[in-house]
Design a protein. Structure first.
Length: 608
């Protein structure tokens, strides 16, 4: 990069761009122009709109936003995700503008991407920070062994398979030593399952709160944390091998940085929570201070020799979960990050890929090897996750859907491949192949998951959580023992002994200390009543409900799907809201005109 100064009193004016053997020579004006001199003054100059950085940025954002809206408006009807549309926009402008270069149409050349790239990197920093904020680390404890097994194997099995294929194909391939040294890094990129990407996919599919969504998030979290640990370990091991003295200093600085986040920054955020009145949002000055710490942590991670983008992710993990701080951070900046900065990031990364070189780069052995590794890791990850899910007794369709979810790729992989290109680990041709694989996966996975997963079953579980389906051979009978005073303990123990627990049929006891004597305060005051009415047909059922519906503020009824009984005969014919069930629809109907709140409960049945 060169800086050119002009002796003219008005401005420095020299700026040119040339390409030779994929090497770009960029000359910048110093000092740079922020605004233009107006339409009329520079009207005769065909490149007048490129002279000011602010008009250039505004024009770039206008073109990209308009193109993205129109493209996604068309492609979403075919099931194409937002990320795929954004990558396609970047690929189109990144290649097409170069094909028609006349030194006038150069809106998205690399010399004009400085500010756009700065916005993209800032947005990615906030994106990783928010991803860390949304992670509840206690979820890793509650997730169970199924999520742990699926998450770990989703990373390790493709990683080992790719390394095995590499060892078979490298010999006699003619790949240079420099390229071979970058293969372990690229294999880790091919094999990873990124938590932010999977969380975004589940959010787009609106199944985050489903059983499958919880399992996918937990598995992705385990996989991502393991990947992060392996990345840091491998980076430090390589440094210890090359320059042990510097590696020791960097490792010490990294440990001090983790201690700083854990014992200084996190207590500071806990202090902010204590200073915030209950039910009130966090002050804007505190939010600004947290954002400053995010950027400061990013700089510190860069000084320790680690990838700077690890900083906001780790700092986000240190933010206390829930309200008021975490929820306020998410509410304040999530919309800006997801709808403004992330599209800029994805498009800016895709602008750097040149699809015109993918055909010529395919002849290179290094490119062919990486294409094979991308296919191997994708297929092996699907197979390994599917078999592991079936071993964990998930249904067939849900196992296949989960394996596809864990194989999804998105913005994180896009950034990593772009960073590999910036560090000359891969060339433009291989970058284009990597981006095409991301577009393929990010487009295919949501469509297949929608076909495989039934949203109507989103709240059905993979375990029978009732006494009726208890397996005495393997399951513990879980009991909740409520204690008000110390004198009640012996009585509870005697009662539990009457259930005759054995080593083969154990009990799992959970203790609840009652803060209020419910029985003595509520029994006999008329508010707790048990009454049973016998109904022989649907007409009698409707009569009894009409009689009692206005006596209560809340009514709780059950719902059964596809089961018929004599007590509800004839009531199905007048259903207006079948999702509420027979009794729920009857209570909610306008004929009864009830003011009571209605809660409909359906028993959770295991999916076969």
């Amino acid at each position: 990069m060169q800086s050119n100064y002009s002796s003219s009193k008005e401005e420095s004016h020299l700026s040119y761009y040339s390409e030779s053997n994929s090497t770009s020579v960029i000359c910048l004006d110093v000092p740079s122009h922020i605004i233009s001199k107006g339409l009329w003054v520079q009207f005769n100059d065909p490149n007048w709109w490129l002279k000011g950085s602010l008009p250039l940025l505004e024009f770039q954002l206008t073109v990209l936003c308009f193109s993205l809206v129109i493209t996604h408006l068309i492609l979403k009807h075919f099931g194409v995700s937002k990320v795929s549309s954004q990558i396609l926009i970047g690929l189109i402008f990144g290649c097409s503008w170069r094909q028609f270069d006349k030194e006038t149409i150069n809106l998205f050349y690399e010399r004009n991407q400085d500010i756009l790239g700065l916005l993209a990197e800032f947005g990615y920093t906030l994106y990783l920070f928010l991803s860390g904020v949304k992670i509840d680390l206690s979820m890793t404890i509650r997730a169970g062994k199924n999520a742990l097994i699926i998450g770990i194997l989703a990373l390790l099995v493709p990683l080992f398979a790719a390394n095995f294929v590499r060892s078979l194909l490298v010999d006699g391939s003619g790949i240079s030593e420099a390229d071979l040294s970058t293969l372990p890094i690229l294999i880790s990129f091919h094999s990873m399952s990124s938590f932010p990407v999977i969380a975004s996919l589940l959010s787009d599919l609106e199944i985050v709160n489903s059983e499958l969504g919880h399992l996918g998030l937990s598995s992705a979290l385990f996989s991502d944390l393991l990947s992060l640990f392996m990345m840091v370990t491998a980076r430090q091991a390589k440094r210890f091998k090359d320059v042990p003295s510097i590696a020791s200093l960097q490792l010490g600085a990294l440990i001090l940085l983790f201690l700083l986040i854990l014992f200084v920054f996190r207590p500071a955020m806990l202090w902010i929570i204590r200073q915030t009145p209950e039910g009130m949002p966090v002050k804007g000055s505190y939010i600004q201070a947290v954002i400053f710490l995010v950027l400061f942590t990013t700089v510190l991670f860069n000084f320790t020799g680690q990838i700077s983008i690890m900083g906001p992710y780790v700092f986000g993990l240190a933010v206390p979960d829930g309200a008021p701080l975490a929820s306020t951070l998410v509410n304040n900046i999530e919309c800006l990050v997801s709808d403004v900065f992330m599209p800029i990031l994805v498009i800016t990364c895709a602008l750097k890929a040149d699809l015109s070189q993918i055909s010529s780069s395919f002849d290179a052995a290094f490119t062919k090897l990486n294409i094979v590794l991308i296919l191997v890791t994708f297929v092996v990850k699907i197979v390994s996750c599917f078999l592991t899910s079936r071993h964990c007794r998930l249904p067939f369709r849900d196992s296949l859907a989960l394996s596809l979810i864990m194989s999804n790729k998105g913005a994180v992989e896009l950034v990593l491949y772009t960073m590999a290109r910036d560090y000359n680990a891969i060339n433009d041709g291989l970058l284009g192949w990597c981006f095409l694989s991301i577009v393929f996966v990010a487009t295919l996975v949501p469509i297949l998951v929608k076909c495989l997963y039934d949203p109507s079953m989103k709240y059905a579980g993979y375990q029978n959580r009732n006494i009726m389906h208890l397996n005495p051979a393997s399951d513990k009978l879980r009991l909740l023992a409520c204690i008000h005073q110390n004198e009640n303990i012996n009585s509870i123990i005697h009662l539990l002994n009457l259930s005759c627990p054995t080593a083969e049929n154990p009990l799992a006891i959970h203790i609840l200390h009652l803060l209020r004597d419910f029985r003595s305060k509520c029994l006999g005051d008329g508010r707790v009543v048990y009454k049973e009415d016998v109904c022989r047909d649907g007409q009698q059922t409707a009569f009894i409900i009409r009689k009692i519906v206005n006596l209560f503020d809340l009514m709780i009824v059950g719902r059964r799907n596809g089961l018929k009984s004599s007590q509800t005969d004839g009531l199905n014919e007048w259903n207006e809201f079948p999702e509420l069930g027979v009794l729920g629809d009857l209570i909610a109907s306008t004929d009864i005109n009830s003011r009571a709140s209605l809660l409909v409960i359906q028993q959770q049945i295991v999916i076969q």
